[in-house]
Design a protein around this ligand. Structure first.
Ligand code: SFD
Ligand code: AMP
Length: 627
């Protein structure tokens, strides 16, 4: 077996992931841990300053309720999420996040984040819930606060350690294992409670960007489904695994559209000039009541554009020149003021990309795009798993203690595994938390996990035999490579192993062609999904034969195994839900309508670590009374 040193770390609370959710968790947990003399350790596969979805920065804070200014109420936010997710959301979780998110945003500002303000000192809104920021260094600022809090409480941070599996005994989490991505070290973390927050998943589906563009996607290529894998492998109940997210973005550079639609009030049109949101308005009747209320859910906005594409009316365009023109128009009688306004709008348009999706700015520059002169192509991206945005996949977690919610079996944000908490993309059915809400949810879970440790924490009884088995399994791809690498001249072709890149292509082909990816125009059916399940049997056999040439490829092997588990949970859940509820995310051609009578419910699933069997189940949707 590959000769890796085993490093053991004992802690009270282990925080897995270094993103927005877990930085929130670290900031809060450190405070309560210090008060109670407890230890906190945090582990990230990358470097905290630039890890996760916000690595490149962001140009907006997408969740701010604005309670102090009387702008909205927490209940308004609950209604917004209910509407956007076609009726399916955990309102207790959404409510809990919404009532804490403003204070999180105020902390961000205190820590140094520049939120745009107007002449009166009020926040500049992009839309009703969104605030404009100078966000290139957003992640660094939030990471710094987490680091400071941990340092103050004597906590530890492990960077460049990739976590694979949870350690669970008798339905109770006792730690996690993983390996260094830089040194030959295998890590065993022993803990009384664990907070999982390893983001969502990309490259489960075949991306639009292939060949020289491979790696470019809207969602960051370094989040590979670790959260879903970790919680599934622990035996936790999962929810909304069918609710993938497909954003519409500027094509190929994946630049954001929110600022264009909301701030610049731009229209999107087909090649024939029709504005699909207006031309296809009647289609929304078919998705009542959600199709008829405002704002129109993200998936339905996508769907109307997709109908244009299906009808051969593509490409679709964002009318950037028209939007900029209209905004500058009010200054048209004063040439100097007009010129100044045009410059300002042009700068804002470019900054929107430079703050968060630099490659879109590069693509615009390389194609000589001047947004004030000509429109730009937009397109629906490949599907992603990001429960914190407009998708909903994640673990099924316990609701807040002070609400009369039917979903309560433990401490706030605890999964169905004792002591295992989930935040951000790792926790499901609480969409539209975005960066700020994920951080707020992390703070909730951080406090709750320390409370759990104080009240129920037991010394983690780690089974060393199981850890040794896991070590052998996790390092096996290196051994397989060593045993067979000299048998062929081309390392990519060998009957005894498969390299992670080829394996990823196999997974993506199944997902894309059978589970409603880009090439199948986001359509699938029972027969296609059943065929996908047949092919998954072979894929899982192939997963046992993954080989790695070095540490870098060992990480790639495990990323792709995690993607495979996320993919399987997805396929199983789309199969289970016999209706189409989120057209624009996916369309089940054999059950093309929404079925409120039978499917106004959560579709949950669970994998049993003892038997290896999957269980699918329905759970009721609860609306907060009076909201
Ligand atoms: O508008 C392991 N999001 C936006 N939110 C906003 O508030 N404003 C925006 O402007 C946003 N835009 C946006 C957004 C996301 C993306 C991908 C783009 C644009 C391109 C959403 C937020 O970014 C998102 O909600 C939060 O980041 C979610 O937080 P969290 O904590 O669930 O995930 P993370 O931040 O990606 O962090 C994940 C961490 O886990 C680590 N990790 N560590 C150890 N072992 C493993 N195996 C691991 N696997 C992953 C990662 O390194 C990272 O630290 S807009 O355009 O939509
Ligand atoms: P995006 O850049 O698409 O991620 O959007 C950023 C934010 O604006 C998210 O909260 C979206 O839900 C919201 N948003 C984007 N486009 C629209 C739209 N046309 N109508 C309403 N909300 C939108």
């Amino acid at each position: 077996m590959a000769n890796f040193e085993t490093v053991e770390v004992s802690t009270d609370l282990l925080i897995v992931g270094g993103g927005f959710g877990t930085c929130g968790a670290a900031t809060e947990a450190a405070y309560w841990a210090k008060k109670n003399g407890l230890k906190v350790a945090m582990v990230d596969k990358a470097a905290l300053d630039r890890s996760g979805a916000v690595a490149m920065g962001l140009s907006a804070i997408n969740q701010y309720v604005g309670v102090r200014d009387g702008e909205n109420t927490v209940e308004d936010y609950v209604r917004y999420v209910r509407q956007d997710l076609m009726g399916i959301s955990r309102e207790d979780l959404v409510y809990n996040i919404a009532r804490h998110v403003d204070s999180t945003v105020h902390l961000f500002e205190k820590w140094g984040l520049k939120i745009w303000t107007d002449e009166e000192g009020k926040y500049v809104h992009e839309g009703r819930w969104q605030l404009m920021i100078n966000g290139e260094s957003y992640k660094i600022i939030i990471a710094e606060a987490a680091k400071n809090a941990l340092a103050d409480a004597g906590g530890e941070i492990y960077e460049r350690v990739f976590i694979t599996d949870p350690l669970v005994e008798n339905n109770r989490i006792v730690g996690a294992v993983g390996f260094s991505t830089r040194e030959e070290k295998f890590y065993v973390f022993k803990a009384k409670a664990v907070i999982a927050g390893m983001g969502g998943a990309v490259h489960v589906f075949r991306p639009r960007s292939v060949g020289e563009g491979l790696g470019r996607s809207w969602y960051p290529p370094f989040n590979s489904g670790s959260s879903a894998y970790f919680t599934l492998k622990a035996g936790a109940e999962m929810t909304c695994q069918e609710v993938r997210f497909i954003p519409v973005r500027f094509k190929d550079g994946y630049g954001p559209v929110g600022a264009w639609f909301l701030l610049f009030k731009s229209r999107a049109i087909s090649a024939e000039g029709g504005e699909y949101m207006a031309v296809r308005k009647d289609e929304l009747q078919n998705w009542a009541p959600y199709g008829l209320a405002k704002p129109i859910p993200a998936n339905l906005r996508n769907y109307l554009g997709m109908l244009d594409m299906d009808a051969g009316l593509g490409p679709l365009y964002m009318e950037t020149n028209e939007a900029i023109g209209k905004l500058a128009d009010q200054y048209k009688d004063d040439p100097k003021a007009f010129k100044k306004k045009m410059k300002e709008l042009e700068a804002e348009a470019w900054e929107d990309f430079l703050d968060m999706t630099i490659s879109q700015a590069i693509l615009w520059a390389s194609q000589n795009v001047k947004p004030e002169e000509k429109h730009s192509e937009i397109a629906a991206c490949e599907p992603y798993f990001i429960g914190s945005h407009s998708g909903a996949s994640g673990a099924w977690v316990s609701g807040p203690e002070d609400l009369d919610t039917p979903y309560k079996w433990g401490y706030a944000n605890m999964t169905t595994i004792d002591g295992l908490f989930a935040v951000g993309d790792a926790s499901g059915a609480s969409s539209h938390k975005f960066s700020s809400g994920s951080h707020a949810e992390g703070r909730i879970a951080g406090k709750s996990a320390i409370k759990y440790i104080v009240e129920k924490g037991a010394e983690p009884a780690v089974d060393t035999g199981k850890v040794e088995e896991l070590k052998a399994k996790i390092l096996a791809p290196l051994d397989l490579w060593a045993a067979h690498c000299n048998e062929t001249t081309d390392p990519e072709v060998n009957t005894n192993y498969i390299l992670p890149r080829q394996f990823m292509f196999r997974l993506q082909k199944i997902m894309d062609e059978y589970a409603g990816g880009v090439t199948s125009a986001f359509k699938t059916s029972k027969s296609l999904l059943e065929r996908a399940m047949e092919l998954f049997v072979f894929l899982k056999e192939d997963a046992e034969k993954l080989a790695a040439r070095d540490l870098y490829e060992l990480e790639r092997c495990w990323e792709n195994i995690q993607r495979m588990w996320q993919g399987e949970a997805h396929v199983r859940t789309i199969l289970f839900r016999e209706e189409t509820r989120w057209p624009g995310y996916y369309f089940r051609a054999d059950t093309p309508k929404m079925d409120e009578e039978n499917w106004h419910c959560f579709a949950n699933c669970k994998w049993d670590p003892a038997t290896g069997e999957w269980e699918m189940m329905k759970r009721d949707v609860w609306n907060i009374p009076g909201v």
